[in-house]
Design a protein around this ligand. Structure first.
Ligand code: BG6
Length: 490
């Protein structure tokens, strides 16, 4: 049943992810009327022995700055009242039995006449405990079948470190829960302009005939951050930029840019097409990879002095199919660079038989800026306005801030949590997708881990190693000099 009693359990409730992402997303859903207080109850579970109020205060202390400003204290108090905390360990039954008792009490109270038992478990925990926690949930906390409803599990990356460890994790969890019960979050799939890709591509005649190797020269999917790994160097050093950003976030975006039209909008149809793209990616060539590590990265006390972990990478992927053969997909991600943004840049080929001799003025580009300031713009050549007959680069621009002034774009986590409640798996990573993603990157990752492939140093605040720009040029990207898109101001 999709109505009736809903219990949302945040495991790892006292941790960072829960505090920064999960609880704020839950509150925002509540604020917008999606989590009715007569149906929903939120449970926090963690090892720390604290009271309900302690947990509420922890959440509150992180929030006060931005939330108090935008909503009434009464609403917040009401919401906090829905949160119950249960403490217990992750690998013994005691705590989970207690948790089940609390959830059941709530269900009985709400369902005195009729109702259901919907239980959502959000694992804001390190993946090493996923298997044991899933086992405990299965053993002690499943929804009460006489009431109907469901039990769903939400997990976050990192799903393993390479193909073998990911498959092992998938097997362990897969023995306990069926695929429709598992929601593997990749929060990039919750971003507005990532969700828009399907609409853009398949609902616009403009793009249909152009979206292929005959017209597109190269595609870049870029993630940049202008800060380093401060505060999480320990975690980061074990994973590196490829596992942290490229193998998941950027590769998911690549799938949506490159996939064929799905049979329908059913999640399985969409995910079938994504898997096909991943399976068509050819082995990565050494000469199409540039790795970097910013100077100062190893100064972090939690990072080993001789760390070989890349904080920057440019990797060219080649898709071996009819639509994309010969078109490089350049994935680039870096920490401590000169700007913070994420965008997809589709560069078209030169116009054949050009009569304006405007080659050096730049190619057509279609840019989708995921963040900040969501926007799409098409770089195109127009006549320079005025008396002279000369050409100039300009743009058709759809900037969301300007075009949709009354709309607040939801946070990725809000959308995704709502999807898990509604049972929509479209924006979650299926097991075979995950496997195919690891297959692409595992050989390269092993060579980096073994120290055979070394990152080049770069200055924090720069564009990354110069070799990455050279690789971009070799792959066919032509930079437009003298043109820069300026996001419109309101
Ligand atoms: C996370 C990575 O998945 O995504 C972080 O672990 C990164 O390293 C973050 O900073 C970026 O997310 P967003 O939504 O700010 O682009």
């Amino acid at each position: 049943s999709e109505t009736g009693c809903l219990s949302i359990v945040v495991l790892g409730a006292s941790g960072d992810l829960a505090k920064k992402k999960t609880f704020p997303a839950l509150f925002n859903l509540y604020r917008q009327g999606f989590l009715q207080s007569n149906e929903v109850h939120i449970f926090g579970y963690a090892r720390t022995k604290i009271s309900d109020d302690d947990l509420r205060n922890r959440i509150r202390s992180f929030w006060c700055v931005f939330l108090v400003a935008c909503c009434s204290i009464m609403l917040m108090t009401e919401w906090f009242y829905q949160i119950k905390y249960v403490s217990g360990s992750y690998d013994t039954e005691g705590g989970f039995r207690m948790l089940d008792k609390e959830i059941s009490l709530h269900e009985e109270f709400r369902n005195s006449t009729e109702g259901s038992s919907r239980r959502l478990f959000y694992l804001a925990l390190p993946p090493s405990v996923y298997p044991v926690v899933c086992r405990m949930i299965k053993l002690c906390c499943m929804n009460k079948s006489h009431l109907g409803g469901w039990t769903r599990i939400v997990v976050e990356k990192p799903f393993g470190k390479d193909l073998d460890s990911a498959e092992k994790l998938s097997n362990q969890i897969g023995e306990l829960f069926e695929e429709p019960q598992l929601y593997r979050i990749d929060h990039y799939l919750g971003k507005e302009l990532v969700q828009n890709l399907l609409v853009l591509r398949f609902a616009n005649r403009f793009f249909l005939p152009l979206w292929n190797r005959d017209n597109i020269d190269n595609v870049q999917i870029v993630f940049r951050e202008d800060f380093g790994t401060e505060g999480r160097g320990g975690y980061f050093d074990e994973y590196g930029i490829i596992r942290d950003i490229i193998q998941n976030h950027l590769l998911q975006v690549l799938c949506l840019v490159a996939m064929e039209k799905p049979v329908s909008l059913k999640p399985e149809h969409i995910r079938d097409e994504k898997v096909k793209v991943l399976q068509s990616v050819m082995p990565i060539k050494d000469e199409e990879v540039v790795l970097g590590q910013y100077n100062g990265y190893r100064d972090d006390p939690t990072v080993p002095d001789h760390s070989n972990t890349p904080t920057f990478a440019t990797v060219v992927l080649r898709i071996h199919n009819e639509r994309w053969e010969g078109v490089p997909f350049i994935l680039k991600a870096g920490k401590a660079l000169n700007s913070r943004k994420a965008e997809i840049r589709i560069q078209f080929k030169d116009v054949p038989g050009d009569i304006f001799r405007c080659k050096n003025q730049g190619r057509n580009e279609f840019v989708i800026r995921l963040q900040p300031s969501e926007a799409m713009y098409m770089k195109l050549t127009v006549k320079q306005p005025g008396l002279e007959m000369s050409t100039v680069q300009s743009e058709l621009d759809l900037s969301y801030g300007q075009r949709y002034q009354q709309v607040t774009i939801p946070e990725a986590y809000e959308r995704l949590i709502l999807d898990t409640i509604r049972g929509d798996q479209q924006h979650f990573v299926r097991r075979d997708e995950l496997r195919a993603a690891w297959e692409i990157f595992t050989p390269l990752l092993h060579r980096i881990d073994d120290g055979e492939f070394k990152p080049l140093p770069y200055q924090p605040g720069s564009r990354g190693p110069a070799e990455a720009d050279e690789l971009l040029e070799r792959a066919g990207y032509v930079q437009t000099h003298g043109y820069i898109w300026i996001p419109p101001t309101l």
